[in-house]
Design a binder for this molecule. Structure first.
Ligand code: ZN
Length: 276
């Protein structure tokens, strides 16, 4: 990832997007940093934002698994509401403050909502987390792309049974997916909720390196939206890229990836501190 790549990460949907489980949540923190969403349009983005490297950014992901759940078809997305599950995210923001977040739900967009060098990836997964004891949200965005990530079946995506309608799933192997996230390259910016009156800041945390997915899997997913001309004129369920305006995008590239096991122990340690 180069600085150029980062510059080409445009902010996309600024969360109308936190579907069902979290539309009633309003954060009260970071008011001054929140930006109102920009009117949806199809023109090229006008970039006025600032892009800064920030060494304070750091992401840790804990053991995650989701059992006995339903992948619900909300028409605009397929979503797993995490009731029986674990999954925590620790995030150090640009000022070095740590926040601990619990996984609430995950859902998909195809094609991706964020673009990289002007290009959408095939699929974007949003893992929506809420900060413990607050209504502040963080969304971790992961990507899947047949060309950039490889044309190979993705077991995690397969577990979502997207071929079926509202399938019951015994186990979603989120852990393997989380372990594969390269936390040495992350991008962060503050977005906004677009559904009134939810206009407060949302932490976007982007892991830009796409995972593999097979053409067959993408065909099944695209059957829901992109291949359906009656849904958003066959444009998919992503939202058009939005202008950055004066927001700041931070990125951090570590010299080497932290070992996952170390992360997990660190996170456990942080939890002990925060709870006792
Ligand atoms: Zn989303």
């Amino acid at each position: 990832m180069t600085k150029e790549d980062v510059e080409n990460v445009h902010s996309a949907r600024l969360l109308e997007d936190v579907h069902k489980t979290s539309t009633d949540q309003h954060s009260t923190e970071d008011h001054e940093q929140s930006q109102q969403p920009i009117t949806d349009h199809h023109e090229e983005v006008n970039y006025h934002g600032r892009i800064l490297e920030n060494k304070n950014l750091r992401l840790l992901l804990s053991d995650s698994q989701v059992t006995n759940t339903i992948v619900t078809d909300y028409h605009t997305t397929n979503q797993v509401n995490v009731i029986n599950g674990t999954g925590t995210l620790a995030f150090w923001n640009s000022t070095g403050d740590i926040g601990l977040f619990k996984l609430l739900q995950m859902h998909i967009h195809a094609p991706s909502e964020h673009t990289f060098n002007g290009k959408n990836y095939d699929l974007e997964l949003h893992l929506v987390h809420r900060k413990f004891g607050t209504n502040i949200l963080s969304v971790l965005a992961l990507y899947y792309d047949v060309n950039e990530g490889g044309n190979k079946e993705n077991e995690f995506i397969e577990s979502l049974k997207l071929k079926e309608h509202n399938p019951q799933v015994a186990l979603i192997p989120l852990q393997e997916q989380i372990e594969a996230v390269d936390v040495s390259k992350i991008i962060h910016y503050k977005g906004s909720l677009t559904t009134p009156p939810c206009t407060e800041g949302v932490n976007w945390i982007i892991s830009p390196k796409p995972f593999h997915i097979s053409e067959e899997q993408m065909e099944i997913i695209n059957h829901h939206w992109k291949s359906d001309k009656t849904f958003a004129n066959g444009n998919g369920n992503n939202r058009q890229v939005q202008a950055l305006n004066d927001r700041v995008i931070y990125y951090h590239i570590l010299d080497h990836a932290l070992v996952n096991k170390i992360q997990v122990s660190l996170l456990a340690f942080v939890f002990l501190i925060s709870y006792f």
